[in-house]
Design a protein around this ligand. Structure first.
Ligand SMILES: *Cc1c(COP(=O)(O)O)cnc(C)c1O
Length: 379
């Protein structure tokens, strides 16, 4: 089945009691049992909920996986993966990743004795060199937030597979419409569902998708034991969001292409970060592992001051100044003071994230209006 069809039909079964075409919101905490231990597969809603079950089935199908698990946020999904580990275990991760992931690793899990090693994963040999006998997990994000760095998932999988090291990929930026890490050898795909999967800026949610049944059992055990599950209404909204993922991503990519090229020729704009440029260092890998290049773009201004960046950030009207991404409406963000403020300045600059960097989440409005908005703001 082609992706656009999957997005609409994945996990959708007419409701057994009424025939309702949409999975109902099963807003319940518990289920009446016929006799002690005799039930319909649903006992308590932290462990099982029919709306969540339909969504988890859909998540698995759209990522070409066997099993899906939904969590109350993207970071809760990441948290569940790290809870597979024990003190002394080592994780190799990208030195340029979502600020909240970095914060979770350094401020929470380091205290529990998990060791995190940060490397530039865009060169897979760096991961190879960092692997030790204690390495249990490699955590990747591609494209990265906000510098759009590209890591070759298949090349890293070739290093982790023979050593039985788990490979997890944060696939939030690409979405399942553009990239399917399990097909490239990853063991776990993580999503901040909040972004493109939800697609309408109205839900916080996370997801994990995997193929291995044992791994699914371990992660399900963590999901129900730690309890970071999404509510049924949020699952319903995401089931609805996924239906339009195909058409939305097509529009995000089209607008992204127009805006990236427009920014690049603008006399006041400096470096533009977008993996669809042929001279982007990750272009060849992106072309190989992604279906298109997405609607996330970052850029610097030639006047490289925080003041000039602040001026532009406050001057757009269609691009709303906000954190998050992946919704139908366009957003503009200042990573240094917003999404990535939790990373110490020194670390940020070292990793190429300058004070004046501006990140765009290009929405699906008419591209002419978006260009006009940016043109007026940049001046
Ligand atoms: C937003 C985001 C997260 C965290 O997800 P939440 O749903 O906000 O908890 C993780 N990774 C990336 C790439 C993100 O953009």
């Amino acid at each position: 089945m082609k992706p656009a069809t999957k997005f609409i039909h994945a996990g959708a079964h007419p409701d057994p009691s009424t025939g309702a075409i949409m999975t109902p919101v099963y807003q319940t905490s518990t289920y009446v049992q016929e006799a002690p231990g005799v039930n319909k597969g649903f006992e308590y809603a932290r462990s099982q909920n029919p709306t969540r079950k339909a969504l988890e089935e859909a998540l698995a199908i759209i990522e070409n996986g066997q099993f899906g698990l939904a969590f109350s946020s993207g970071v809760a999904a990441t948290d569940a993966v790290i809870k597979l580990l024990s003190p002394g275990d080592e994780v190799i991760c990208a030195n340029d990743m979502y600020g909240g992931t970095y914060r979770l690793f350094t401020k929470v899990f380091e205290r529990f004795g998990i060791i995190f090693t940060y490397v530039d994963t865009t060169h897979s040999e760096n991961v190879g060199k960092a692997i030790s006998s204690k390495t249990k997990l490699v955590w990747l994000e591609t494209p990265t937030n906000p510098l759009m760095n590209i890591t070759d998932i298949a090349a890293i999988a070739a290093l982790t597979k023979p050593k039985n090291i788990l490979l997890a990929v944060d696939n939030t930026f690409a979405s399942p419409a553009l990239q399917n890490p399990l097909d490239l050898g990853a063991d776990i795909v993580m999503h901040s569902v909040t972004k493109y999967l939800g697609g309408h800026s109205d839900v916080i949610q996370g997801a994990l998708v995997m193929n291995d049944a044992d791994l699914r059992e371990k992660l399900y055990f963590i999901q129900k034991s730690c309890g970071a599950v999404p509510g049924p209404m949020d699952c319903f909204l995401v089931l609805r969001g996924i239906k339009t993922l195909g058409v939305r991503m097509k529009a995000h990519c089209e607008n992204g292409r127009i805006i990236a090229n427009w920014l690049r020729q603008h006399p006041k704009v400096g470096k533009v970060y977008w993996p669809g440029f042929e001279d982007h260092p990750g272009y060849a890998v992106a072309k190989k592992q992604m279906k298109d290049f997405g609607g996330m773009i970052s850029f610097e201004l030639k006047d490289d001051s925080v003041e000039e960046a602040r001026r532009v950030l406050s001057a757009t009207h269609l691009f709303s100044l906000a954190e998050s991404l992946g919704g139908v409406e366009s957003l503009i963000n200042h990573p240094a003071s917003m999404t990535h403020a939790s990373i110490p300045r020194e670390e940020r600059i070292k990793n190429g994230l300058s004070d004046s960097l501006i990140r765009l989440s290009v929405g699906i409005e008419d591209a002419d209006d978006l260009v006009e908005d940016l043109a007026k703001a940049i001046g």
